[in-house]
Write a protein that binds this ligand. Structure first.
Ligand code: HEC
Ligand code: HEC
Length: 331
């Protein structure tokens, strides 16, 4: 995923550079091709009026419904099957059905798989990647690959991908970056901030607010929340998402509410395992430990840093360590 992002951004920058070089060329007689203006990255939207009405369209619609109402269809009392271990919806993290910019956007996913995934140490299909989210954030059991639900998710992801212009970068495929301070993220500070900014919706004890089959406000920890092996459990990853998306009624990507340090401190508090229990699973992630994301807190580690530093930082020394070895730290 990252490699493709670099290529895309790279070609965009190259296009900008080409325009700049051309406009600096003072030799007006020089025969040169008309420069193509570099188009600024845009925020993409899908047009739900354009949903197809044929059999394929039916599957796309069902896939979209599954994104928004996952618990209703395939939750613990799901009307079409019982797969999830909790009552959360895909949409809780991939907002607007995976089309919201800077909210774990899924509009490019369909064209990016099969893809090598370090966490599993192998090439995964998109269906297998979807099942990772069913098993981890949703603490559930994998959908059969030929189930109607899996086909519907895939059809939907294919459909939203058709709104991505070819060879143009778009805004918000990845979440916003956060500046990593030279101190560890602080769960104590995060606790105070959480009570101030988050508890009014997610509850004093992170329990969320259940309304029937699913939540008005999803839980942030406890046994009905995401597993420790979920990417949302990583402090940097969560902070990047919080910055553009929470508090729900206050933050937007172009006007974040939390500062970068606040987002990191809150993520450190939410994801602190001694304060907050989660569904406990033993899994064997990252068979090649040198490929481990630097904010993944379960050892063993291929570098010299403690589990605590991998959890809370400071992360800059870890990034430099890998850079000195000629490798890119992933997070
Ligand atoms: C608790 C939050 C959460 C929930 C709920 C969740 N996901 Fe995810 N999902 C993530 C995170 C975090 C990633 C990793 C994104 C990254 O690394 O930038 C991810 C990644 C993915 C990807 C891979 C995207 C790519 O292009 O590589 C797919 C596909 C996906 N999720 C589908 C789903 C589906 C379908 C559901 C519902 C069944 C779901 N997710 C529920 C958090 C969640
Ligand atoms: C006004 C209510 C509100 C406030 C305040 C709020 N959230 Fe949320 N949060 C939501 C809603 C609603 C969703 C689900 C979004 C959706 O389904 O579109 C959500 C989703 C989430 C999720 C992903 C799903 C999950 O449960 O894991 C996280 C993490 C999260 N919020 C963290 C926070 C943090 C941290 C704060 C404080 C900085 C915060 N939220 C403040 C309403 C709120």
């Amino acid at each position: 995923m990252n490699t493709i992002q670099y290529i895309r951004t790279g070609s965009f920058l190259a296009a900008v550079a080409a325009v700049v070089i051309w406009s600096c060329n003072s030799d007006s007689n020089a025969k040169a091709p008309t420069p193509v203006a570099a188009k600024a990255p845009e925020i993409l939207r899908v047009d739900t009026n354009a949903l197809p009405t044929d059999k394929y369209g039916e599957m796309v619609r069902y896939g979209r419904a599954l994104m928004y109402n996952t618990a209703y269809y395939i939750g613990p009392d799901g009307v079409n099957g019982r797969y999830l271990g909790n009552r959360m919806n895909c949409n809780n993290c991939h907002q607007d059905g995976g089309t919201k910019a800077f909210s774990f956007n899924l509009m490019l996913s369909h064209q990016q798989y099969p893809q090598y995934r370090a966490r599993e140490g192998k090439v995964l299909t998109l269906a297998e990647r979807i099942n990772n989210c069913i098993t981890r954030p949703h603490n559930g059991k994998p959908l059969p690959l030929d189930s109607k639900e899996m086909v519907a998710f895939l059809a939907y992801l294919r459909w939203i991908n058709t709104f991505v212009p070819k060879d143009q970068p778009y805004q918000g495929q990845h979440n916003l970056a956060v500046k990593l301070p030279d101190r560890p993220a602080d769960p104590e500070k995060g606790k105070t901030l959480y009570q101030e900014y988050c508890a009014r919706c997610h509850g004093k004890d992170g329990e969320g607010q259940l309304a029937g089959v699913t939540y008005t406000y999803p839980p942030l920890w406890g046994r009905f929340s995401y597993q420790p092996g979920s990417s949302m459990h990583r402090v940097i990853k969560q902070a990047q998402w919080l910055k553009a998306n929470m508090p729900y009624d206050k933050a937007t990507w172009n006007k974040p509410f939390l500062t970068d340090e606040e987002a990191l401190d809150i993520a450190a508090f939410v994801n602190n395992d001694s304060l907050h229990a989660r569904p406990d699973v033993k899994n064997y992630d990252y068979p090649y430990i040198a490929e481990k994301a630097i904010d993944y807190d379960k050892g063993p580690f291929a570098d010299t840093f403690s589990a605590k530093q991998h959890k809370y930082g400071p992360f800059q020394p870890v990034i430099s360590y890998w850079e000195q070895k000629g490798m890119k730290a992933s997070y």
